[in-house]
Structure formats: structure tokens, C-alpha cells
Design a protein around this ligand. Sequence first.
Ligand code: AMP
Length: 281
Amino acid sequence: LHIIQSIQELRMRLCPLRQAGKQIAIVPTMGYLHEGHLSLCRAARAENDIVVVTIFVNPTQFGPKEDFDRYPRDEKRDAELLERENVDIVFIPPVSDIYPQSHSTAITPPAQSQGWCGASRPGHFQGVCTVVSILFNLVQPDRGYFGEKDAQQLAVIRQMALDLHYPIEIIGCPIVREKDGLAMSSRNVYLSPEERRQSLILSKTLKQGLEKARSGCLNVSDIIKDGEKIIQSITGVQLDYLGIVDQNTFMTPERVSIGDVYLGAILVGKTRLIDNMKFRV
Ligand code: AMP
């Protein structure tokens, strides 16, 4: 595992590999790695010659009142985990190298960024698109690996890669969950034992929505009304949104079809958690 901090060194290492025709994968992360991240690394490892993981807590995707300063970090442990997964390069640039003082260009995110997390977190997807676009330019990968955990981000990145003609295949990887159903997230460390129990309501609600559809109720607003009732009945949990969308356009249909995504965001204490599940039958 090569731990690289400078853009110049990253370019120097990747250039000959690219010229030799090696297939390069990028796995963008904000670090504090868990099994969800590692599943992306394994998918990338299986399908490419060179795996580049980036660790960058991107300030431009956090709102002014969000958790940028307290976002968990542990680069030493992250490097040990990546070494075990046979990752070739971990790129951990300083913020001032990615965004020098003069930096002022940003990517306007595509239509999929409207609503949901885009509504609750103004500027978030512009920050995501801008940093992912910078990382794509630096690494020039053949494939990019993203988790379905961030379903809206995945749809946004897919559209951005199309619109900007990036010659990069965007690959979505399934959500990795704890045994009790909670979607893994670096932010789960914020949860107190009580909040950790309360947080289960999100995956349970989504699962019940999928079951309702399976039993024949395909009406989107009925499924969501049920879900809202369940979440609003839990004290200590605040509902941000529940929605059902087409996985590519992120528009809401009237009736559920296979492949649509049931997504939600809640606040448990001060911790914001997101999750989603796909309607399959
Ligand atoms: P983050 O470090 O939270 O920005 O996440 C980096 C990448 O890992 C994103 O593509 C996420 O969607 C993905 N990811 C995060 N948590 C999970 C999970 N539980 N299962 C699968 N992928 C995940």
C-alpha cells in the first residue's frame, strides 16, 4: 500500500501504470472505514489492476452547521484496513491542496440532486460533484465504485459522469448492514446506546414498506403515510424525509415499480442517518 498525500506524487505513480494499459479503479471515501467501504474496495480489487482509495473529508459538502469539524478520523487504522484488502494506493490529500486559496470553480449538480438530501442539505451535492470531479481528473480511473447506501449521490454521480463525458464506468455496490439491519456508516459512532436502538426504526420502516408493496399495495403515498406514522411514533427520533423514487431519475412515481427506491433520512439526537431499500418484486 502506497500512502500518498501529494497530487504530484499521485500523478507520477499513476502515469506509467495508465500507459502500460493497467485498469484503474477509484473508491472515493471520507475515511473512518467500515465494512461498507471495504466491500467497495473488494469489488474494485476483483475487477481492476490498480485500486486507488481516496480519503478526503470534503469541507464543501458539509453545511455550516454540520459535523465537518467533528467528523471521525483515523487514518492509521484506515491504512491498516486497506493494506489487508490489497489496495494499491491510498490518496489522502490536505484540504489546501484540493482547494487552494484561489479555488472558485464548482460543478452544478444534475436534476437528481433536487429534493431529499438535496433539500435538507443545501450545497451538499454541489460539493460532492465538485470533489468527485476533481478526484476523477486526478486519478483518471476506468471505474468508480460508490455505495448504494448513498442512493441519491450514486444517481447524481452517474448523471454527472454522463453529462461531463467522463470515460468512467460508475459501479454501485449493495448496502452493507449491521446484523440488526442498521446500515453501516462512519456516523454511527456518534450514537449513544439508546440512540443506537432508536436508529433501527429507519431500516424497519423501509422494510415494512417493501413488505406492503409485496402484499399488493403499490400506492406510493399510502406506503409513505404508513412509514411516517411509524417513525413519528418514536420519541427522540425526528423524521427528515421518506420518499419513493425511480432509481435513475429520482422522480417520484404514483405507483411502485421494480427497481424503485424507498429512501429515508432521520435525526436521532443530533445524528443524521440515511438509508434506502429497493423494491425487487
Ligand atoms: P463516505 O465515507 O461515507 O463518504 O462513503 C464513501 C463511499 O462508501 C460512498 O460511495 C458510500 O456510499 C459508500 N458506503 C458508505 N456506507 C456504506 C454501506 N453501509 N454499504 C455500502 N457502501 C457504503
